[in-house]
Design a protein around this ligand. Structure first.
Ligand SMILES: Cc1cc2nc3c(=O)[nH]c(=O)nc-3n(C[C@H](O)[C@H](O)[C@H](O)COP(=O)(O)OP(=O)(O)OC[C@H]3O[C@@H](n4cnc5c(N)ncnc54)[C@H](O)[C@@H]3O)c2cc1C
Length: 352
């Protein structure tokens, strides 16, 4: 058919070797999803007896490269330039695609963060590969080295396993917050290969005049998350949620309808289309427990839920439940936390 490019011939899988992971950074430090990628990548690389390559771009990446090695990375492939200090789609995708073409990895994993999603699709097009997006389970078949990329489908009711049989590299993005941060490796030895580059003007295209930092809530790094849902009944209910979160040294999360109602901004949303969290304590206030919310918080260490409905779905996932009106239960809980802290002389808690 006119205008449709015929499928490119399959790559030769035997020519592709090793596992690549992209390490996302901000303000010259590795983000948690980067460490999660090292954990998954290392497991897969060890299973097929290959090396783990970490891809790192930025303005000043020497310390992050050493940190990646301390978590078990075998080779850090880096590109350093002041022009790369802030994430930019075009130079990042061009440079990483060049790394892929040079090194020919069998597998390439990228965190499904906002930037990671943007990057993965661009790299895939440049390398004529496909991408399995937003995986929640990732493994590899030992003898064939085929990536087993699992991702939820049909509103999270099923898990689809996507196999890439023809083209290499096999690319996947991994949902942040799902995979654990690995332990540091004792006496880690890794090779660091950093190129200082001056990206071509043709791939920079745009000039950054000013970089303004937005105060975005990072729920994924929080030790305590207190989330409010439609049970709050009104936007002001989030003041009470904030008060409890402050007492516990936590941050505020929300269900999607509460966000859709405009009661709180989208960066607070927990769930399938929001952030995935795994804090030490998750408090669900006036949230029913629909699967799309559960997907984003079920890996929390301890879950406490407050709901008027004794049969609320969320209770099935909870360690502790309070069946009561939240406007009675939450103030009582705040009082108890304050009493405990003053009795034990606990120092005021910083947000986690
Ligand atoms: C493709 C898709 C993606 C989605 N992604 C997300 C997502 O990322 N995150 C997400 O959260 N949702 C998501 N949803 C929506 C999800 O299906 C649910 O609609 C949503 O999670 C329900 O929010 P809720 O629990 O706040 O509201 P409700 O389901 O309305 O529950 C409110 C709860 O509050 C309780 N309650 C009422 N009054 C009180 C009171 N005074 N005190 C105590 N309890 C009270 C009720 O008993 C009820 O259990 C998605 C849906 C789709 C289709």
């Amino acid at each position: 058919m006119a205008g449709i490019k015929p499928a490119t011939p399959a790559s030769k899988p035997e020519e592709y070797k090793n596992v690549f992971v992209y390490l996302e950074t901000r303000d010259d430090r590795l983000l948690r999803p980067a460490l999660e990628m090292i954990g998954v990548g290392k497991k897969i690389a060890e299973k097929v007896n290959e090396k783990l390559y970490c891809i790192l771009l930025g303005g000043n990446i020497r310390d992050q490269a050493k940190e990646a090695v301390s978590y078990g990375c075998d080779v850090v492939l880096g590109a350093e330039s002041p022009a790369l200090a802030t994430y930019r789609t075009l130079p990042y995708s061009h440079i990483i695609a060049d790394f892929v073409k040079e090194e020919k990895p069998n597998i390439f994993l990228i965190p499904a963060t906002r930037n990671g999603r943007d990057l993965a699709s661009r790299i895939a097009v440049r390398c004529e590969a496909g991408v399995t997006a937003d995986c929640t389970e990732i493994d590899v078949e030992q003898d064939t080295r085929i990536l087993l990329a699992n991702r939820p489908t049909y509103g999270e009711s099923m898990l689809a396993e996507i196999l890439c049989k023809r083209h290499r590299p096999q690319m996947a993005t991994a949902r942040p917050g799902i995979f654990p941060v690995p332990e540091k490796v004792k006496s880690a030895k890794g090779e660091i290969r950093i190129r200082e580059i001056s990206p071509d003007k043709a791939i920079l295209k745009k000039e950054i005049l000013e970089y303004r930092k937005k105060n975005v809530v990072d729920l994924t790094a929080a030790k305590v998350v207190v989330s409010g849902g439609m049970g709050l009944g009104k936007p002001d209910g989030f003041k009470l949620i904030q008060e409890l979160a402050d007492e516990l040294g936590g941050v505020v999360g929300a269900s999607r309808p509460a966000v859709d109602m405009g009661w709180i901004s989208r960066d607070h949303q927990v769930g399938q289309t929001g952030q995935t969290v795994r804090p030490r304590l998750y408090v669900a206030v006036g949230i029913s427990g629909k699967i799309q919310h559960i997907m984003g918080m079920k890996n929390s260490e301890t879950i406490l839920s407050i709901n008027t409905d004794p049969n609320a779905e969320i209770f099935k996932y909870s360690d502790y439940v309070i069946v009561d009106d939240l406007y009675k239960a939450v103030p009582a809980l705040i009082q108890e936390v304050r009493k405990y802290k003053s009795e034990k002389q606990v120092a005021p808690t910083e947000p986690s």
